[in-house]
Write a protein that binds this ligand. Structure first.
Ligand code: FES
Length: 446
């Protein structure tokens, strides 16, 4: 594989980890004019077919969602609006755009999730100045009309991120649905997401409600008519491309996946009537994938409550013992990790947990698991000589899949036949025994 290693500059306040990168020929400099006129990653500007003409067999398949369906805990969502179309973004926007890269790190350090959206505008002749909205469930915390490189070190901005509370300061006077249409990484997102965008916009118009045009100006207009107003915005980097189409609703900050154009009426009904238990159950049962602003346990509770069948529950309360079921038994196991400095760490975990989860819980620094174990970040890179493990432990590590191999392209210090993603490997008794017989699972420095 032809790979290019590039050192990402280190900024005073932001730890940046070096990465292995694919060669990309259009670097985006700081404070400059962005041109997309010859971007090699560009897909043709999307003209979403009303009736798909290409092979979209994957559009009919729904892959099982994670169980439980949760997002990594984040206290707020920062939506960054950039003036270039999500369909033209490179595979990893943060590699090309240093402001997005730095901003992502700054917000992550403050427990905030970043999503990048396209809200109209032209890339020609504009400086790298983007607007953003900081949201918590229920509404807006703050609008940032212009975020630049220098914004990232101001005490105002950092203070706002650090002190985000759970309460919004104002309501958004419209409902927004961010739909991932980012096709450079996985065409399912642009194909299915694109169709969903069209279906949602058509559904809003069919109801005679207001579809706001792109741009900030329209958002500021007062809603004097009382007719519901909507924004259907294209975005990227929602995560979970195999579950396309993926969407985030604002202001509830709910992540929904496996959506199809036919779900547009249900999704809009649910957002208009969020307290309607039956609508919520119908949508969440197959599509819920977590909420920003809730801890992982709270998301699980939200999901379980949302998909509960009230009628069945009433019945069971009448004629059965209502004492809660005991939690399933889990077998504790110990796995040995060796960090890059040679120190060994015998870490306790449970059968079925991933190596990423237990290493991260233990605070082993090289393991970040930024994507929450969805094979989308390579920050759980580890070394296991999986092809050389002797009997009786041979075969305890699952085979490398294409998706994992692709993602390993983005890890630093890859070793042939040893590099693996910790989130893809579940702990089991044999793996535990094997690891305790030597150095176990080795961790890279970054
Ligand atoms: S946690 Fe992101 S790829 Fe493993």
């Amino acid at each position: 594989m032809n790979r290019l290693r590039r050192l990402v500059p280190t900024y005073a306040r932001i730890p940046i980890r070096p990465r292995r990168l694919r060669p990309l020929s259009i670097p985006v400099p700081v404070q400059r004019t962005i041109s997309t006129s010859h971007t090699p990653w560009s897909r043709p500007h999307l003209v979403f077919p009303a009736t798909p003409t290409k092979d979209q067999s994957y559009a009919t398949q729904l892959l099982p969602l994670p169980d439980p369906p949760v997002q990594p805990a984040a206290k707020a969502l920062l939506v960054l609006y950039v003036p270039y179309e999500s369909t033209k973004w490179p595979s990893h926007l943060e590699i090309e755009d240093d402001l997005v890269d730095r901003l992502g790190k700054v917000v992550a350090l403050n427990g905030v999730r970043l999503v990048v959206a396209y809200d109209g505008g032209s890339t020609e002749g504009i400086e790298q100045v983007y607007r953003a909205k900081l949201l918590v469930p229920g509404g807006l915390v703050e609008s940032f009309p212009s975020i630049t490189q220098s914004t990232l070190t101001t005490s105002d901005f950092l203070g706002t991120l650090a002190s985000v509370s759970t309460k919004p300061t104002s309501q958004t006077p419209y409902t927004e649905i961010l739909v991932c249409t980012h096709g450079a990484r996985d065409c399912r997102c642009s194909d299915i997401g694109g169709d969903l965008v069209l279906a949602l916009r058509a559904e809003v118009e069919r109801r005679g409600e207001v579809l706001l045009p792109s741009g900030e100006e329209a958002e500021r207009e007062e809603n004097t008519s009382g007719v519901p107003r909507w924004k259907i915005t294209e975005c990227a980097h929602v995560g979970g491309h195999k579950w396309a189409a993926n969407a985030i609703s604002i202001p509830s900050l709910t992540f929904l996946s496996n959506l199809r154009p036919s779900h547009a009426p249900l999704l809009i009904d649910h957002l208009v009537n969020p307290e309607d238990a039956e609508l919520k159950r119908q949508l969440w049962k197959e599509h819920f994938r977590g909420v920003i602003g809730q801890r992982v346990e709270e998301q699980v509770t939200s999901w379980e409550t949302g998909i509960a069948n009230p009628a069945a529950e009433t019945e069971s309360m009448v004629d059965t013992d209502s004492s809660p079921a005991p939690p399933p038994e889990r077998t504790p196991l110990v796995v040995r990790f060796t960090t890059h400095d040679g120190a060994t760490h015998d870490v306790r975990g449970y059968e079925g947990e991933s190596l990423m989860e237990i290493a991260k819980r233990e605070g082993l620094g090289a393991v970040e698991g930024t994507c929450g174990g969805h094979c989308e970040c390579a920050t759980c890179h580890m070394y296991i000589p999986y092809k050389l493990i002797d009997p009786p432990y041979t075969g305890l590590v699952p085979d490398l899949t294409d998706a994992e191999e692709d993602m390993l392209d983005y890890a630093l210090g890859v070793r042939e036949e040893e590099s693996r993603l910790g989130c893809r490997i579940a702990v089991n008794e044999g793996l535990s025994e094997w690891s305790l017989g030597g150095k176990g699972v080795e961790l890279p420095q970054y």
